[in-house]
Every structure is written in structure tokens, then in C-alpha cells.
Design a protein around this ligand. Sequence first.
Ligand SMILES: [Ca+2]
Length: 144
Amino acid sequence: MSVDNEIREFYVNGNNVSVVPATFPHALQWDVPDTYILTCGVLYVLAIKGWNNENDGGFIASTPDHYILTNNSWKCTTTYYADWYKTNYDASFWPDAHYGIAQAEAAESPPFPTTSAAMWITDPTDCLKCIFYCRKTFTSKSLI
Ligand SMILES: [Ca+2]
């Protein structure tokens, strides 16, 4: 997973995972992905808060089986809502994730080649300098 330009907050099932160098050593480098190993038995919600400081921005992530895959099944917005990361929060009114201009950048740069099914997703305005929030509610499936 990676965020252009920075991952600021990360939540699994509503629980905050600290964005610290030990966990996300490349949190500030959009072109170097970090791997996070999910330890929850069942995944309900993933949520990220990102910061794009200029030009292309977005969030990209995938798992080998594509159970987690950034595409327009996610929701993204630049609007802050209280409890936006929580498992029982209803984000159905959020816009569907938008495929931003970062796609072209991703095609030319590591870590996600054109063969990757994962898309750089962002809010519908493809904001050039903003905080953005993306989340997805998963159907219950045991991961382990
Ligand atoms: Ca950027």
C-alpha cells in the first residue's frame, strides 16, 4: 500500500494503527510501498487518511488474492466526518472512489506497474492539495 503523498492515519476495523516508522517506514514516500500484515481474524473496514501536498494524489493497496484492492468499490472524500473510520459508520453516501491522474504516474513508476490491478484512488475532485479520506466496508470473511 502507498499514499501520495503521505499516509496520515490508518484504521483496521475501526482501530487506529499508528503511522510510525516501525510500521510504515515509507509513509512519506509515495513511490515506496509499505506492507501491513493484518492480524484481525475478520476484516470489516479499512480506512485511511491521506495527505496530498501537490499534483497527483491518492491511495493504492492490494493483497495477492485481490480481496483488498483499491478500485471504485471504495469510498473517498475530502470532507471530514466524525467517526468516519469506525466500523459501524455508514459511508454509503460518500462518493465512489475516483481514479485520479496518478494512474499515469503509477504506470511509469514503482511500486505499482501497469500490470497491477490496483488503482490509485482519491476523491472525485482529484484534489491537488488536500487531506482525503478513503474507506471500504468488507463483507465478513475469515482471513485466517
Ligand atoms: Ca502528490
